[in-house]
Design a protein around this ligand. Structure first.
Ligand SMILES: Nc1nc2c(ncn2[C@@H]2O[C@H](COP(=O)(O)OP(=O)(O)OP(=O)(O)O)[C@@H](O)[C@H]2O)c(=O)[nH]1
Length: 249
């Protein structure tokens, strides 16, 4: 697993359509399909810890507000090596009138091929904004339904748990997303599986539509092309019949 960390924070993130963005999309040019994933959610739910755990298998215990870093690595999905870019993002704020997602975060969501929405089982408010956040993500991708996975983090903190896993599962089901309850601090596999499922969904979406359509067989059997013997025989019959009529005249 190769981790190339581009310290490209969201603020410097190339605006879609810019030369930098065009250069960015050529990552796939190295013969690898590119999957771009944004990790979003409320502050302090463990977004950075989740990204670092996925990329390095390590857990970071120290808490510092992140500005949003971009990481790149390669993953194997169904035998294919994909290049994936994972964009960590600052915590989404909740105001009285709902979510407050600044333009840099919106640009990052528009850039993404898929999104991981994280909440913490120890923070009921971070769970409550999942529905609005999912709706906001899909609104920024009008016309194509973006693959999203919902991750409930900090499952190890049983003594301060505020959100039952069933609630997360039901919500994800309603939103049509996969759901994972994980503990980034305790377990790597669940974290890996959440990203793996998402990469698979994107990969299936990016692939040309399925297997080449079977040639439609016509319901009306096509006339068989007569073979030469058949033609000669019929020609002779026609000829001899003609001769008969002439002679019979
Ligand atoms: N016990 C426990 N602590 C965790 C877990 N995941 C993250 N943390 C801790 O939660 C705190 C916040 O983690 P971050 O990854 O910085 O959270 P964030 O969502 O990036 O936070 P912002 O930068 O504010 O958006 C850190 O002290 C982490 O060590 C977990 O699974 N279990």
């Amino acid at each position: 697993m190769r981790l190339i960390q581009n310290m490209c924070t969201i603020a410097e993130y190339p605006a879609p359509g810019s030369a930098a963005a065009a250069a960015d999309c050529c990552l796939g040019a190295a013969g690898r399909r590119l999957v771009k994933i944004a990790v979003v959610g409320a502050s302090g739910v463990g977004k950075t810890a989740l990204v670092v755990r996925f990329l390095t298998k390590r857990f970071i215990g120290d808490y510092e507000r992140n500005a949003g870093n971009l990481y790149t690595r390669q993953v194997q999905i169904e035998g294919e090596t994909l290049a994936i870019q994972v964009q960590d993002t600052p915590g989404v704020q909740v105001r009285e009138n709902g979510l407050s997602c600044g333009e840099p975060l919106n640009r990052c969501i528009r850039w993404a091929d898929a999104v991981v929405i994280v909440f913490s089982v120890t923070d009921y408010q971070s769970y409550e904004l999942i529905g609005q956040l999912h709706q906001h993500v899909q609104q920024l991708h009008l016309g194509s339904r973006l693959p999203v996975v919902v991750v409930a983090n900090k499952a190890d903190l049983l003594h301060v748990k505020q959100v039952d896993p069933q609630l997360g599962l039901q919500l994800a089901g309603m939103l049509g997303c996969s759901f994972y309850e994980v503990s980034v601090s305790e377990n790597y596999n669940d974290v890996y599986n959440a990203f793996h499922v998402l990469c698979k969904e994107v990969s299936h979406k990016q692939q040309p539509s399925g297997t080449p359509e079977k040639r439609r067989t016509s319901l009306i059997p096509r006339p068989k092309s007569p073979n030469m013997q058949d033609l000669k025989r019929r020609f002779k019959q026609a000829l001899s019949a003609k001769v008969r009529t002439v002679t019979s005249v």
